[in-house]
Design a protein around this ligand. Sequence first.
Ligand code: SF4
Length: 345
Amino acid sequence: MKPDAISKQILFGSQKAGKTYTFDEKHDETLPADMWFQESDEGLILFIVFYTQACRWSRCLGCNLPSKVSQDHVPYKSLMAQIDHVIVDREVRSRASLIRKVIVSNNGSVLDEDTFSSTALMYLIAQLNLNFPNLSILSMESRPEYVDLAELEFISRALAEGDTPTQLELAIGFEAFDHHIRNEVFDKGLSLETFEGLVNKMAPYGYHLKCYFMQKSVPGMSDVEAVTDIQNAIDYLSQIVKEHDIQINIHLNPTYVARGTALESAFRDGSYTPPLLEDVAEAARYAKGKSISIFIGLSDEGLAVKGGSFLLPDNQPLVEKLELFNCSHDFNILNEICKNRKVEL
Ligand code: SF4
């Protein structure tokens, strides 16, 4: 599809959801949009957000991730320059042999070749093989409709040529489990049939799956309903794991009030507040003994309106405990946090 047709799709999605943000057209297109390190039980993670043309869907209610990238096409040579920038970054070089997992994002779909160049993707795999000798997982974010098995097989084969066996993980946005909230209110455009079709395709190859969820993703949801929604997701995905012999990780993001979205208007008129981290701990501890693993996302990427983040000036000790949980999977940490939880009546 031509780049200007894709720009129109992006605008259509943004307007459908009443979004008011603009895109980051001033960004130097030879630099990634963002990158950071995370500690987890899987070891050191390097998270890279490449600067490309924005997500074509662009209409999910509380998402302003497209505001960090471009409305227009970003050519493959610029993307390759971004990859070079990551590889020569001083901190990345100094920790290269410790990096166990790389998460590749463009705040949209890395597997959508119209927004993320195939040449650049091949170049990225080559650079990962050359520079990260202990890489054990490559995770790529994408909407399911762009997942092409032949492409995954090719990437997986290339990864196998690295010094260490590297597992492929696909990361998809689920956001909410309740069908009405996910598709009618949040407008995710993801049916369980599509999701299960993806699982059926991937499972025989042993690829891993990460599912992103947002706790309390829309206005009108109480804190208790938000916890229950995540618990239902845990039950559903645990059953999928049993039936399909696939490894699934839930990446649970507490929702923040993203600038320029319907969440911002609801926050300003008092009809929405972000979830409390105690409630996030309550939802996450339901995963104990289940056949999925869970990771709690603790970054708002600087995209929240003032006062609209789950990160508050006085809850750093709580954040540190949750980070400890991410590294240890010790559910006692979550039980301890939940002792102080206030439940609404
Ligand atoms: S949540 Fe994902 S699919 Fe939805 S608009 Fe944001 S980037 Fe696109």
